[in-house]
Write a protein that binds this ligand. Structure first.
Ligand code: MRU
Length: 349
């Protein structure tokens, strides 16, 4: 049993296999970067921050496994693995961010031997993993002031311990609020097609004893109409410079519902999720996944043969639907093109 969703142990990357939860708690052991890539693609490991850490550990595995005494050969082979890892999933920017963090170590390694470089890469990957946990606790602490006793909070997908190394972003805030105020209730969207809400968020909140109710995605609007939800909080996979966000498919619909019902819509993220190179949500690459995720539920076929399927894994929520973005540096409010840039200096200090 591991307590974090991902861990480095005995030169292997250990991952809680999220495809098996909540019925089976199994650890997937990866000894090669190719196994990490397979785990990311198949969503054995999923969630923006943790796939970044997985990619960083993938680089550490590659560094260990490349057997050459020639440094430029070593770096060329490492670069190839970096490209393969960066092709594993397209939307969450944390993956590319973590790979760049590792690559910076390689790029400034002129004086290091191959062995020293191996050590430095692993150290950096371990550091990114530890940093993720600290960041999530700060996000939780910063989010506290937006929530009150008696709140009834809707969340979508899984932005919890499983989607990060530990604690979570949106669920980190919920955890912090529950610890302090106790009297809260959480509604969990099941999150079709992969059911991250029903399988993972429900499992996490139940394990923590946080009062939670699972709903079909289509129920959220009716709950708002009944005034049974007064806040929404989600994570994100990428935030554009203007504050548009990409998050799990269905997030946009919830944001429109929340706006109609005048319910605050919060997004909780580490600043590694902000992509200052992307101006608006229109430019964020949206992953399309296998049609089997839609035609089947947990391996059981539910649709007729040969039906055409459209299966985007993410959607874009425009900045005007977002009440605030909660980060490890504090709470950002509109206009996001201005407030997001104010934290740039904090990030680089
Ligand atoms: O396809 P997934 O399950 O990787 O998508 C995950 C999400 O959309 C999460 O909400 C997001 O990564 C934030 S996790 C802290």
């Amino acid at each position: 049993m591991i307590t974090k969703s991902i861990e480095w142990k005995d030169n292997k990357v250990l991952i809680i296999d999220q495809r098996k939860l909540p019925h089976k708690y199994e650890i997937l052991s990866c000894s090669t970067p190719q196994e990490v890539i397979k785990a990311i693609k198949s969503m054995a490991v999923r969630g923006a921050p943790v796939i970044g850490v997985a990619a960083a550990y993938g680089m550490a595995l590659a560094a260990n496994n490349i057997k050459t005494k020639n440094k430029s050969d070593f770096i060329n082979k490492l670069r190839k693995v970096k490209i393969e890892l960066s092709n594993s999933r397209p939307t969450a920017v944390n993956l590319f961010w973590a790979l760049e963090e590792i690559w910076n170590i390689v790029a400034y390694s002129n004086d290091s031997s191959i062995d020293t470089l191996r050590e430095k890469i692993l150290l950096k990957a371990e550091n990114l993993a530890e940093q993720d946990i600290k960041t999530n606790h700060l996000i939780g602490k910063n989010g506290l002031k937006l929530f009150h006793d008696g709140d009834s909070i809707l969340t979508h997908c899984n932005a919890g311990s499983l989607a990060t190394v530990f604690y979570g972003t949106a669920l980190g805030v919920i955890r912090a609020v529950f610890k302090k105020r106790k009297n809260i209730e959480v509604y969990i969207n099941e999150t079709r097609p992969v059911l991250q809400g029903a399988r993972l968020t429900a499992w996490e909140l139940k394990s923590d004893g946080i009062p939670a109710t699972l709903i079909c995605d289509s129920v959220a609007g009716f709950l708002m109409y009944q005034k049974r939800i007064n806040k929404v909080i989600v994570g994100a996979d990428r935030i554009a410079a203007n504050g548009d966000i990409a998050n799990k498919i269905g997030t946009y619909s919830i944001s429109v519902l929340a706006k109609t019902h005048k319910i605050p819509f919060y997004v909780a993220v580490p600043t590694s999720t902000i992509d200052f190179n992307i101006k608006s949500g229109k430019d964020i690459p949206i992953e399309e996944r296998d049609s089997l995720e839609v035609t089947h539920i947990m391996g059981k076929k539910i649709a007729p043969d040969n039906i055409q399927v459209y299966n985007p894994a993410f959607d874009i929520t425009p900045n005007e639907n977002i009440t605030a973005i909660i980060t490890e540096y504090g709470i950002l409010e509109p206009p996001y093109d201005k407030t997001l840039t104010t934290i740039l200096t904090k990030i680089y200090n």
